[in-house]
Design a protein around this ligand. Sequence first.
Ligand code: LMR
Length: 396
Amino acid sequence: TFDNVEQAPPDAIFAVLNAFKADTDSRKINLSVGAYRTDEGTPWVLPTVAKVEGTLKNVNHEYLPIDGNPVYNAGMRDLALGKDSIAIKEERTCAVQMLSGTGALRIAAEFISKFHQSKTILVSTPTWGNHNAIFKRANLDILPYRYYKAETRGLDFEGMIADLEAAPEHSTVLLHACAHNPTGVDPTNEQWAQIAVVMKQKGHFPLFDCAYQGFMSGNLADDAFAIRYFVEQGFECLVCQSCSKNFGLYNERAGCLTAVLSTKEAAAAVLSQLKILVRSSYSNPPNHGAAIVANILSDASLYKDWEDDLNTMSGRILSMRQQLHDAIVAKGATQDWSHMLKQRGMFTFTGLTPAQVERLTSEFHVYLLKNGRINMCGVNSHNIDYLANAIVEVTK
Ligand code: LMR
């Protein structure tokens, strides 16, 4: 029956990780999948997460409700929108626990496909590879918008605005809330305000992918600026949240889909439909990761400890940006590397060409994405010198 099934290509990001794992050279460096690493190159269980994990009570294996843990959902909603959000006060939000950010995007895409008047979704060029796959599977029509300018290694703001203006009215626009993946390039707050004006004029609908809140700057409110600004401007929106990076809960699949609607009635109706999508996809979500997050978000003292953990991670990334930049320059780089300092969050979009990436991997055992994206968390005090040499060598 399935004799004619074609072999599918491996996932672009996880394939690089697998190649890294298979490499036996002791100098190898993994700059691929977006996961945090300590200066020793090891995974980091956040101390606050470890502390809560040891105290979890009443653990049984009963089903969670279809929409998940209510304390978790309220905490995640507050995290994205801010406790004092006008939308929360007016009770026109709903939040549903999801299978991390990817699960939230998938359910959001299906919801938009089923209920939004437009099937068009605008997606930045470039974007996280899985975005396009998810939206395609949900039968949305993907329209790219300009975002990254290779010449400046920064934002193509004019191009982005022009493409938002040219798109069909009422399109959905996928916006990375902060720490754009893969480029690390974000609009300024003033630019977000201008984006909002154009989207309002065109009746576009914002879908936020929020995978790095607090992980980028250590400041939760700053990293949620775009979401909160759009809500203040009266937009309805969907926010897909992940706890993978900011709680280090990669394999627990804790995420959330928070929706802001224009009325309380709409919020209730949307919630009921999201539950149908969840029930027919995977019935109800897993408990463990969300239970940890719920405890942290609902306890002022743990919340504060978690913010310290976030500062540890974002601080180490910032320090690696500076140190790698300085080392590359000191070793006689022939091109400008200031973008490494300007880009934000986990990733630097290096501007390395596919041929240079290929050389880095085959000659130097450095594993990064073909598009030149590197995970700054893979850089540490032990490998930085070797890495800087390798980068300078392939860019000579
Ligand atoms: C990444 O972009 O590396 C991360 O978001 C992990 C993933 O699932 O691709």
